[in-house]
Design a binder for this molecule. Structure first.
Ligand code: GLN
Length: 183
């Protein structure tokens, strides 16, 4: 999804793994893809652009039809069931049974990096958190793949995967590989 944010970094990583990529900005673009990545950036801006581009409804329908989707940071916010500290008019997909709180780790200057243990990966993953959302509730059908300080930071439910950090901003492509395996 190439409306705003760090979509190019995802694209470069997916291409390095052999995937063909399309920058999705219109409903026509969406028809070309088997799966969708929602990048980090600013979820309130993306929400606005999802409406003006008329992408919201077609994406919601594809998610409902089990299209694999991977949301990082702002992308995770867009896929959650509910958003604390969102804008009142902010739209989101409710595609994974988690509630998130925007900017819960503080402002841009309080961004941080840490090593995470991730289910399915043999060695730790170096993760960057940038104005990250925090998962404040997790439904029982959600598979937790990683937590940091008792908060879920990587999770999956059906064909939907979310990360509160930015795997696309490192040179480690293992999480994108997990997603592509799903696709
Ligand atoms: N705080 C941003 C938001 O609410 C997300 C930050 C990010 O994607 N790095 O959308």
């Amino acid at each position: 999804m190439a409306l705003q944010g760090a979509f190019v970094a995802h694209e470069v990583m997916l291409q390095s793994l052999g995937a063909n990529t399309v920058q999705v900005r219109t409903p026509q673009d969406l028809q070309l893809v088997d799966a969708l990545v929602m990048p980090g950036g600013e979820s309130t801006t993306m929400s606005h652009l999802l409406n003006t581009s008329q992408l919201f409804d077609p994406i919601a329908k594809r998610i409902n039809d089990a299209m694999p989707v991977f949301g990082t940071c702002a992308g995770m916010i867009l896929l959650a069931k509910s958003i604390a500290d969102g804008r009142p008019d902010q739209c989101f997909f409710g595609a994974i049974d988690i509630d998130v709180q925007r900017n819960a780790y503080g402002r841009q200057v309080e961004s941080f990096e840490t090593d995470l243990t991730i289910t399915g990966l043999e060695t730790p993953f170096h993760a960057m958190f940038i104005r990250a959302p925090q998962v404040v509730r997790v439904g029982s059908d959600v598979e937790v793949l990683s937590s940091y300080e008792d908060k879920v930071v990587l999770a999956r439910q059906g064909s939907v995967m979310v990360a509160s950090f930015h795997p696309e901003l490192t040179s480690d492509s293992r999480i994108h590989s997990l997603f592509l395996r799903e696709v």
